[in-house]
Design a protein around this ligand. Sequence first.
Ligand code: NI
Length: 182
Amino acid sequence: MIYPIVAYGDPVLKKAAQEIKKEEFDPKLIDDMFETMYNAGGIGLAAPQIGKSIRLFIADASPLEDETIADFKKVFINPTIIEEFGEDWGYEEGCLSIPGIRGEVIRPSKLKIHYFDEQWNEHTHEFDGMPARIIQHEYDHIEGVLFIEYLSSLRKQLLKTKLLNISKGDVDTRYRMKFSKK
Ligand code: NI
């Protein structure tokens, strides 16, 4: 099932998400999230972006066609970033919830994360480069943070009208979205 992507302006995107209880979790949601992400052409998707305020995100970097990250396809349940380290680097980020807007965000290049996979196996792994970048962006989603919050206040000011238009549904996407202010 393909969910509509929740657009900027919806309070669910600004809320810290809840821990998932294994016994209450329907694993079909993971398949639905992958289907939703592929349909929208994304490389990462967090549960709040389909309106569910739970600590779950998925990633698949294969559309980037970067052979150094060939099989970065993962599910992160109840993740905790333990530490971020390495050199800071800038990358032009975008977000399925904020279509048409991109902006350079500076983040540390490496991180260590504790999480459960789709089989509820526990992992503590280090990631760097693009996988780390995708994880940081998606992890922010479950903490209620959007990448545009890292942009300069001038840049944010310049994006104000565009953002307002997105929240009102005045935006064109090839995937279905859900607008809170429409
Ligand atoms: Ni995003």
